[in-house]
Design a protein around this ligand. Structure first.
Ligand SMILES: [Fe+2]
Ligand SMILES: [Fe+2]
Length: 327
């Protein structure tokens, strides 16, 4: 029986079918294709005055978020290429995930332009996610886990191998892209709410749309794997560990925002509001994967993320037909 994940060779999967085995990946490919944008279309340089007028706390928050994304966009590329991409057996799924890879280039390119436009310290920016002890814990969760389950180290035709692939997709597309990234998006959107850095934030809004699609790629791949290998769900301990690692990611992010905000209100937001927001998006991620929510927070506590213009943007790119776009 055909499976989404398995051993592949260069001879395999070189024919597209009119009736795809996984229509969702053709749909997600089309949605990502429609969402493609180019950073040169934004006038990032126009934010230079705003940038230099940020208070030290605001600037630190902005710089750290930019630095975090500079290395994380490339980390996502690494994870996709080195872990599960070679084991994707379906041509439409490959098209969808390779479009995600292309979009990560656009994001890297965007943050490069931000670095250059504001004369930021390149070396410091690319190291920030590893120099900051709490950000490093978040990076370690991704890097150390994925290192153990890279292609060549696991056999995707065994039950254990399939569990490992599922965990790699979860850690990359759900925890990193669907929780860690969303938390940093909130920092940028808070800037926009204060009327600052509008052009940069426009780019981040476009990245949010893209990331919501990458989150969908991950969720759909996981749900398909669970359907094809129901033994994974029968392993109660594995299912418990999956829930636990999602919550581990959430608590690392909460630790980070508490440390970063240190009881201060920056850009009109506090760490307790961000903590509530993180619990809200974690509940959504858990539900999207078929778990019961952990925190029972049903309303997005960040009012500026409920604004009509963000919703309009999501609708414009027609990416709102599922609930996975919860931000
Ligand atoms: Fe990205
Ligand atoms: Fe992404």
């Amino acid at each position: 029986m055909k499976q989404l994940i398995g051993k592949t060779s260069v001879r395999d999967n070189i024919e597209l079918s009119e009736t795809p085995s996984y229509p969702i990946f053709r749909e997600l490919y089309e949605k990502q294709k429609k969402a493609i944008w180019f950073p040169e279309e934004l006038n990032i340089q126009q934010d230079a005055l705003d940038y230099h007028a940020l208070s030290p706390d605001e600037k630190d928050l902005f710089d750290t978020a930019v630095g975090y994304f500079c290395s994380s966009e490339l980390l996502v590329q690494n994870v996709l290429v080195n872990s599960f991409f070679p084991m994707l057996s379906d041509p439409h799924a490959k098209m969808s995930f390779s479009t995600q890879l292309f979009m990560e280039n656009i994001h890297s390119d965007f943050f490069e332009i931000v670095l250059q436009s504001f004369n930021m310290d390149r070396e410091k920016m690319y190291k920030v996610a590893f120099d900051d002890p709490i950000l490093k814990k978040k990076m370690d969760l991704i890097v150390e886990e994925i290192d153990n389950i890279s292609y060549g180290k696991i056999d995707p035709d065994t039950l254990q191998g399939r569990k490992d692939v599922l965990r790699a997709i979860l850690i990359n597309n759900i925890i990193m892209e669907g929780i860690f990234f969303y938390s940093s998006f909130a920092h940028f959107f808070a800037l926009k709410d204060m009327g600052k850095m509008r052009n940069v934030v426009s780019g981040v809004e476009l990245i949010l749309i893209d990331e919501s699609l990458h989150l969908q790629n991950g969720i759909e791949a996981i749900l398909i794997m669970l359907e094809e290998t129901p033994e994974i769900v029968d392993d109660a301990q594995f299912v418990r560990e999956i829930r636990e690692v999602i919550l581990k990611g959430t608590y690392l992010e909460i630790e980070y925002v508490q440390h970063k905000f240190d009881n201060k209100t920056i850009l009109g937001i506090s760490s307790s509001e961000l903590e509530r927001y993180l619990k809200y998006i974690t509940d959504r991620r858990l539900e999207e994967l078929g778990f019961t929510p952990e925190f029972n927070i049903t309303e997005n506590p960040l009012r500026f993320l409920q604004k009509e213009d963000v919703k309009k943007l999501i609708n414009f790119f027609e990416v709102s037909s599922t609930e996975y776009t919860n931000y």
